[in-house]
Ligand binder design. Structure first.
Ligand code: UT7
Length: 331
């Protein structure tokens, strides 16, 4: 937990990229035993974006990074670090961030990935704060990019209705005014690792004909258990981040939760007593885009002209690991 303090980092640019191709619930009805009604009622999702065959995660991340720099009025020469949060890297190594650095033509700036499931964007902000406030970096491009549909089993109705592809990004630098990151809270519990994981392709179960035949290269999830932990942990993270920033629930102008399931979003919003219109949600059009969901939400809120200077934003996420985190932020 980090206390409210004077020097802080702020977001000076936002942007995102989502592939054009749409997969809606009616398309899924033709693939597995499901229905538009079930998916909407249980998840809030109507459609999601799907990357094309030839796209990898870095391609989405590069587009998001480029747009974000443009929105910030910056060029690639103006950043001195690239962090990519992803659980669906292009390759096991090099990191997706290195592919992104190449794609952006970002010279020799350091670049690395963080892999903490859907919490990756918030972990990235926390990391960026440390790097910027110690003087190690001046201006960071933080991208959350995910292409989970290539790791999803389209014969498994428990998972295939949920995920979509997208990337969102922000530019982070030291704040020169009262705005910026006020506090954070981050946690992990590795004992819950097998609730949501991708079993094969790493060193535990390297790729073999058998691992492929057993469909172990697709993500697996115990949805119901994930759901319960998510509601509990997102509530905990949100309250702890508020406490660390010496804020009250009533101070929240916008609550931006990770977009995993509309029922998780609404349950957490209720626990925080945030009125529904202040709980941001775009899950109906993107599905669960993991690390990309919070930066896309931030960008959309800003584009819609809803974010006013001084607004208090609470960002909150959970993900595979299990990991969970929240960040309180003054716009
Ligand atoms: O970013 C983190 C990633 N993960 C999550 O956030 C996932 C969190 N979990 C969830 O969102 C929900 O648990 C799900 C949406 C995955 C499932 O919803 P649920 O209300 O927890 O359903 P359930 O797993 O308890 O299943 C209820 C029923 C089962 O049928 P029976 O056994 O009652 O006959 C399932 O087989 O719904 C069935 N079911 C489906 N039916 C139609 C499961 N998936 C589907 C489906 N279409 N796609």
């Amino acid at each position: 937990m980090k206390k409210n303090r004077k020097s802080r980092i702020k977001i000076t640019g936002t942007g995102y990229y989502a592939p054009d191709k749409i997969l809606n619930n009616f398309d899924l009805e033709k693939m597995v035993d499901t229905s538009d009604e079930w998916i909407i009622t249980r998840t809030g999702i109507k459609e999601r974006r799907i990357a094309s065959e030839d796209q990898a995660t870095s391609d989405l991340a590069i587009e998001a990074g480029r747009t974000t720099l443009k929105n910030a009025g910056l060029g690639v020469k103006d950043i001195d670090l690239i962090i990519v949060a992803t659980s669906s890297p292009d390759t096991i190594f090099p990191s997706t961030a290195c592919w992104v650095q190449k794609g952006l033509g970002a010279g020799h700036v350091p670049a690395f990935d963080i892999s903490v499931g859907c919490t990756g964007f918030l972990y990235g902000m926390i990391l960026a704060e440390g790097l910027i406030l110690t003087g190690a970096s001046k201006r960071i491009l933080l991208i959350g990019g995910e292409l989970l549909t290539k790791l999803t089993d389209y014969t498994d109705r428990n998972t295939c209705v949920l995920f979509g592809d997208a990337a969102g990004a922000v530019v982070l630098e030291e704040a020169d005014d009262e705005s910026g990151m006020l506090s954070y809270y981050w946690k992990a519990d590795g004992k819950l690792g097998d609730l949501l994981y991708l079993p094969a392709g790493g060193t535990r179960i390297p790729a073999t004909a058998q691992s492929v035949a057993q469909r172990l290269h697709y993500l697996q999830m115990k949805g119901n258990d994930v759901f319960k932990h998510a509601v509990k942990r997102m509530g905990e993270a949100a309250l702890e981040a508020l406490k660390a920033a010496r804020l009250k629930k009533e101070d929240i102008d916008y609550f931006i939760p990770h977009q995993a399931n509309i029922r998780i979003i609404e349950a957490t919003g209720k626990r925080l007593k945030v009125p529904r219109e202040k709980v941001y949600s775009n899950i109906h059009k993107y599905g669960n885009v993991s690390v990309a969901s919070i930066p896309i939400s931030l960008h959309e809120l800003q584009e819609e002209g809803k974010l006013k200077k001084g607004n208090i934003i609470l960002m909150d996420a959970f993900g595979a690991g299990f990991t969970w985190a929240a960040v309180a932020y003054r716009w």
